[in-house]
Design a protein around this ligand. Structure first.
Ligand SMILES: [Zn+2]
Ligand SMILES: [Zn+2]
Length: 135
């Protein structure tokens, strides 16, 4: 299974090989800010399964080397992925950037529910964590 996606203007294109190992929604304050007010729906994949097939993203980390680095299109600004220095073997990819977001099917895990707003709905059937698993 190969998933494809890209940014809004088409400057960045990517592929994900091997399907979708992790389907999640994060409702932390940072994801609310980055998404525009909702949570962040994302796919967690191994770094080796993801590659850019066109273009090179711009990167931003609030604290380089410590906080997660966001990868986004320098032309249209669409946020594609994020990598944490604490988990260099994986990355997360934003569901809305898939060519076929329906392939996501919905989140199985919800993170940082303790920071959600009253107007955020929890998806039925998902496993909900107040912060992160194992905390
Ligand atoms: Zn773009
Ligand atoms: Zn978050």
């Amino acid at each position: 299974m190969i998933l494809t996606g890209g940014c809004f203007c088409g400057a960045l294109r990517y592929t994900i090989e091997g399907g979708i190992p992790m389907k999640a929604l994060c409702l932390c304050h940072t994801c609310q800010k980055i998404s525009g007010g909702a949570g962040n729906l994302f796919i967690g994949v191994e770094a080796s399964a993801f590659r850019y097939t066109q273009g090179e993203p711009r990167r931003f980390a609030r604290e380089p080397g410590t906080s997660p680095a966001r990868e986004f299109c320098g032309e249209c600004g669409v946020h594609i992925a994020a990598r944490s220095p604490r988990l260099p073997e994986g990355l997360v990819v934003k569901v809305g950037t898939l060519d076929d977001p329906a392939a996501f099917e919905g989140p199985a895990l919800v993170f940082w529910a303790c920071e959600k707003q009253d107007f955020h709905m929890l998806p039925p059937g998902a496993q909900v964590f107040a912060t992160l698993p194992g905390r």
